[in-house]
Write a new protein. Structure first.
Length: 482
């Protein structure tokens, strides 16, 4: 492909995506297609001969675009994958063209400097001082993994990274934690049985008395407390654990405090509900995902550390083939020395460009709009005779359920799953279902700058209609069985 063709094809792609974004609200949120149909649609042998760029783009327009989940659609209020900002989309285009591997300084010096500045912006938002550092990751999964490795190494005096796990340790968190915490405890060698998933209160925050009791019980049996993982915005309800109280317990017991703010970290930009006073700066490490509520395209998570030296202690290996002979003053920052990854995409560009193009104030306004939408839905549910909310939303996540005296909990779960399926097929909205304290819920979370308050009115009206339809179907099945 010569430069002329690249320019022509590039213009076609931009035109295609501009039209896609302009008319995204006209599309069904979720494609009405079966997995087998998609498998057949893409079934072909490995191409041996070239095709024109136009024909390849034509296939994408025909096969891919209609079969995407359109997360930028205002009716997408499901899992925490926001509408990507247009400037972030452009940033990823540039990123791929430059192909900077910022794992090592020599493969992207400007990109390394830009990501370091982006990380500094994030540590400033958390409230960390000049000694803080971190790096961008593929998401909260890798950030929480890194946080648990930092905890493991620090509390063990770096013995475990040399000798392996030779003692029994425990990690404490809430029953509302993200599954990445379970995977991280496993991946750092402690084993999943080392995780203490503790009960929550009525607002779905970790119960401190249960945490205290678990630590006492573990010490009695010779198990050493290693880490508390606090949650700053649970996936289901947006609940925020009491970070200051967790810090006090961690200090007393000699534990590391990691806080998962992958979702709730966006609230650090909020104007209407500022959360800079929640004690997040007291954590030893923090997970934040710019590709969640900062509206950056996937993938862009972040692990932030109060003391940047801890990253070097945990990951500081320098193989001979990566020796930088020109770095005599030790000024070239090597991400592979201070993080788990070596080959690293230039993730910082889309976050940097988003902050530069929109500013923290505008992004904060989008966040506040999403919170307002969740609170509006909550106010509607509070007045509705057939629905109830699990809790008042703190962030943009709200869990609501259809209540009927005619259903036991198994039937209620069946109803909620069936309604979610029917709404998905309608193409008007997409959300997920979940379970809280043994009860089924619809989990709704607008993290989308295209969503408007009127969409919450439309969603509740649709839920009411579909729940009544599903209830009649379940009642008819019950009568037939009798």
């Amino acid at each position: 492909m010569n430069v002329r063709e690249f320019r022509e094809v590039g213009h076609q792609v931009v035109d295609l995506l501009a039209e896609y974004l302009e008319k995204i609200e006209d599309r069904p949120v979720f494609p009405d297609v079966q997995p087998a149909t998609l498998t057949k649609l893409f079934a072909e042998a490995l191409p041996q001969d070239p095709s024109s760029a136009e024909s390849v783009l034509g296939e994408l327009e025909q096969k891919l675009l209609p079969n995407c989940t359109h997360v930028g659609h205002p009716g997408y209020v499901g899992l925490i994958t926001p509408s990507p900002s247009p400037i972030g989309i452009i940033a990823d285009f540039i990123c791929s063209a430059l192909n900077q591997n910022i794992g090592t300084y020599t493969l992207g010096p400007g990109a390394v400097a830009m990501e370091r500045r982006t990380v500094r912006w994030l540590t400033d938002l958390v409230g960390y001082g000049e000694a803080a550092g971190g790096n961008l990751t593929s998401g909260g999964m890798m950030a929480n993994f890194t946080g648990l490795k930092l905890a493991r190494d620090s509390v063990s005096g770096d013995r475990i990274q040399q000798q392996g796990v030779q003692e029994r340790w425990a990690v404490y968190t809430s029953e509302e934690r993200h599954v990445s915490v379970d995977k991280a405890v496993d991946a750092v060698g402690l084993g999943r049985l080392a995780l203490r998933a503790l009960p929550t209160d009525q607002e779905f925050r970790i119960q401190l008395d249960a945490l205290e009791a678990a630590v006492v019980e573990d010490r009695k049996t010779g198990i050493r407390p290693m880490c508390i993982v606090g949650i700053f915005g649970t996936t289901n309800t947006g609940a925020i654990d009491p970070v200051r109280a967790l810090r006090a317990i961690a200090d007393r017991e000699g534990m590391w405090l990691h806080v998962d703010a992958a979702y709730g970290g966006g609230m650090l930009l909020s104007h209407a509900w500022p959360m800079g006073d929640q004690g997040l700066e007291l954590a030893d490490s923090v997970t934040i995902d710019p590709h969640k509520w900062f509206y950056a395209p996937l993938d862009a998570g972040a692990i932030l550390v109060k003391d940047d030296r801890r990253l070097t202690a945990s990951f500081g290996l320098k193989p001979a083939y990566l020796t930088d002979e020109f770095d005599r003053a030790n000024e070239r920052y090597q991400y592979y020395v201070h993080s788990f990854e070596q080959s690293r995409r230039f993730r910082g560009l889309k976050v940097w460009m988003s902050f530069k193009r929109y500013g923290a104030r505008q992004i904060g306004e989008w966040i506040d709009n999403n919170v307002c939408q969740a609170k509006h839905l909550y106010s509607l549910v509070e007045k509705h005779p057939d629905f109830e909310a699990a809790s008042e939303p703190v962030l943009s996540a709200i869990c609501i359920r259809y209540r009927s005296a005619d259903l036991d909990e198994a039937q209620s779960k069946e109803l909620h799953a069936e309604v979610a399926r029917r709404v998905e097929q309608s193409g008007k909205f997409w959300f997920s279902t979940t379970e809280l304290k043994g009860k089924a819920y619809f989990r709704i979370s607008p993290v989308n700058f295209r969503t408007r308050t009127e969409h919450m009115d439309q969603l509740l009206a649709l839920l009411e209609q579909e729940c009544q339809t599903a209830l009649r179907s379940i009642s008819a099945d019950k009568r037939q069985r009798i």
